[in-house]
Structure formats: C-alpha cells, structure tokens
Design a protein around this ligand. Structure first.
Ligand SMILES: Nc1ncnc2c1ncn2[C@@H]1O[C@H](COP(=O)(O)OP(=O)(O)OP(=O)(O)O)[C@@H](O)[C@H]1O
Ligand SMILES: [Mg+2]
Length: 334
C-alpha cells in the first residue's frame, strides 16, 4: 500500500482512506467505502504523495460479530493503473482503426458499383481512372493493415521488442527514388525533389527503408498545402547515412516533438478530422530505424515546416578504405 500511494504506515494508521488518498471513483465522486457491502470491487482514482494519479481496485470483505457489529475488514487493493491505460489505448485503437478502414472503403464500393452498373456507358479513360482509384485505396488499406500488424508486434516505448529487419548493403538514394515514384503518380500537382549523394549505402533492410521514406513523405504531403514542394535528401555523414524529408507545412509545436513518435499519437483535433491517419506512421518509422541500429529526429517550426532526419549506419563494404590499395591487399593476405 505504501509503495502504491506513497503514504507511510505511520501517517495512515487511524485515518480514513478518503482523507489520505483524496480519491475519486469512476464518476468523480470522493471515495466513499460502504462497509456493509462486500463483494463487488470498486475502482478508485487516487493521487499518490508524489502527485502521480493512480487507479486502485479495492475489494473488501467485512467481518461482523454475533451482534452484527463490524469486527474486521479485509481489503484487497490492486494497482490497475497500467490496465486502465491499456483499456483506453484499446478503445482509442478500435475507433481510429475502424475510421481509417472505413474511409477508403466508401469510394472503393462507389466506384465498383458504378463500374458494375454502367460499365458500357463509361468512356475507357474514366473507367481506367475509377480502377486506378480503387487500386490506390486498396493499397492504402493494405499499408494500414501491415502497419497494424507491425505495431502489434512491438512494444510502445522500450527498445526491447523491435521489429525484425534484414541487414544488407542498401543504396538509400535508389530506394528513396523508388518510394517517391508512387507519390509522383498520385500527386501530379506536387513537386517532389530528390537530392541523393553518391555512395549513400546503408546497412539495413530495403523494404523497411522504403517504408520509412514512404511514411515520412506521406506526412509531408498530408500536413502541408497542396502545391508545396516536398524535399528528400540522402546524405553521407561520417559513418552514417541520413535521410531527410523536408516540408514547408504547418509544423509541429516544440513540446510535441517527442510525443508524435508514440503509438496512435496524433495532434489533430479528433472532432475535426481534417486529415486521416491512425497515428502509427512515425511510431513505425522510429521502431524500424532503431531496429536497423539508427534513429529518427525532428526539427520543426510552427507554421513554417518540418524536417525529419533518419540516421542509419553506413554499410562497412561502402566505407572507403583509408589505407592505400597495396596495404589492403597485404591485410587481406595476412
Ligand atoms: N510533416 C509533418 N508536419 C506536421 N505535423 C506532422 C508531420 N508529421 C507528423 N505530424 C504530426 O504527428 C502525428 C503523428 O504522425 P504519424 O505519421 O505517426 O500519424 P498519422 O500520419 O496521423 O497517421 P498514419 O501515419 O498512421 O497514417 C500526425 O497526426 C501529425 O499531427
Ligand atoms: Mg503518417
């Protein structure tokens, strides 16, 4: 009890629980323990002495003597703070995911039924557009399901359970170009600029690196104006390869630069839902970067734009040797 609440035994003896813990129940009412009713456990929100808010589940079994007087009361108190956090996360998860899956479904169904009903009347060009649209939305749903599967396999904060990734020499400039290609088709009004240094070969997993670039570019598009350019820069910095994705969009408040990498974290007003998303992209970017021995960081000015930088390790086979060639040959021999 002392560990959960911070209240010492000396302070607690002889005092009412409500007084000590300043507790509230599910409905925000001050804690009131009805001695007569054993049985059903009650969840209480309390403020520990260090100021932290915790949830305790209290179950008690009062014992009465022959005259019906309370002679003792056994209290079983469990700290359920973590469990309540997980429950809330699950609720949020279900609502965002159903929203995200439903959004692309509406146009998919609309186009499919249009093609089914009026296929012959629609000009070939429009038919192609409708099919293209169906495909893009199905791709989007596919990516979302992949992200969810990945996110469900890795823990929220710790590096303990990072996703499994391959480790091979990857030409990051080449991968970035590949990742940008589908965005160029889907956003013909946007300017995408790629500046890739030669020899930016990292140790990592090509599919995962592509996923990282795609997530960052999709954010740069989503959180900036239609006509604003998106810049992707691939550079070599000593023993690391950097991927920088820069936009001139709305920016991120300085006090949110850490939070945005958490699972399901979005800064959007959920009631307005101006942009879609499950809040998984950056969480996945960070987990993947870390799994490849790198990391991600952000620099951003509110109203001006953001730059996300992913740092990966240079593949050792691409590090130019400092020693002259004959020396290297002898090294190999010896
Ligand atoms: N380039 C950016 N400019 C401004 N805000 C950003 C940018 N990138 C991310 N954010 C903020 O960080 C939040 C988390 O981003 P993240 O990519 O994890 O989720 P999402 O894009 O909302 O959803 P998802 O990636 O799952 O489709 C976003 O909802 C947004 O509020
Ligand atoms: Mg995103």
């Amino acid at each position: 009890m002392e560990r959960m609440t911070g209240v010492t035994e000396k302070e607690a003896v002889g005092k009412a629980m409500a007084y000590l813990l300043r507790g509230r129940d599910n409905f925000g009412r001050p804690v009131s323990m009805d001695v007569s009713s054993g049985g059903e456990p009650t969840d209480l929100e309390i403020v520990a002495t260090d100021g932290s808010v915790r949830w305790l589940r209290v179950q008690h079994g009062p014992g009465f003597d022959g005259r019906g007087q309370l002679s003792f009361d056994v209290l079983v108190v469990t700290d359920v703070t973590r469990q309540r956090e997980v429950d809330k996360l699950k609720d949020d998860f279900i609502s965002t995911v159903s929203h995200e899956l439903r959004t692309p479904l509406t146009p998919i169904k609309g186009y499919a039924s249009l093609l089914l009903r009026r296929n012959d009347e629609i000009p070939a060009e429009r038919r192609r557009e409708a099919l293209q649209s169906i495909l893009e939305r199905a791709d989007h749903m596919h990516r979302l399901v992949e992200d969810l599967l990945l996110a469900s396999r890795v823990a929220n904060t710790g590096e303990r359970r990072l996703p499994e990734v391959g480790r091979q020499a990857v030409d990051v400039g080449h991968i970035a170009e590949k990742a940008l290609r589908s965005f160029v088709i889907a956003h013909p009004l946007r300017e995408f600029r790629l500046d890739a240094a030669d020899g930016a070969v990292a140790l990592g997993d090509p599919i995962r690196i592509e996923q990282i670039v795609a997530n960052l570019v999709s954010n740069a598009i989503k959180f900036s104006d239609e006509g604003a350019p998106v810049d992707v820069e691939i550079a070599r910095e000593g023993v690391s390869v950097q991927i920088k994705v820069h936009d001139t969009g709305r920016g991120i408040p300085a006090d949110k630069h850490d939070e945005i990498f958490e699972k399901f974290k979005r800064l959007e007003d959920p009631l307005r839902m101006e942009t879609g998303g499950a809040g998984l992209g950056l969480f996945i970017v960070r987990q993947l970067a870390r799994a490849m021995g790198g990391d991600v960081s952000v620099e951003s000015v509110l109203g001006k734009g953001s730059t996300f930088t992913v740092t990966l390790t240079v593949s050792s086979s691409s590090v130019p040797a400092v020693a002259p060639p004959d020396r290297r040959a002898s090294d190999l021999a010896g």
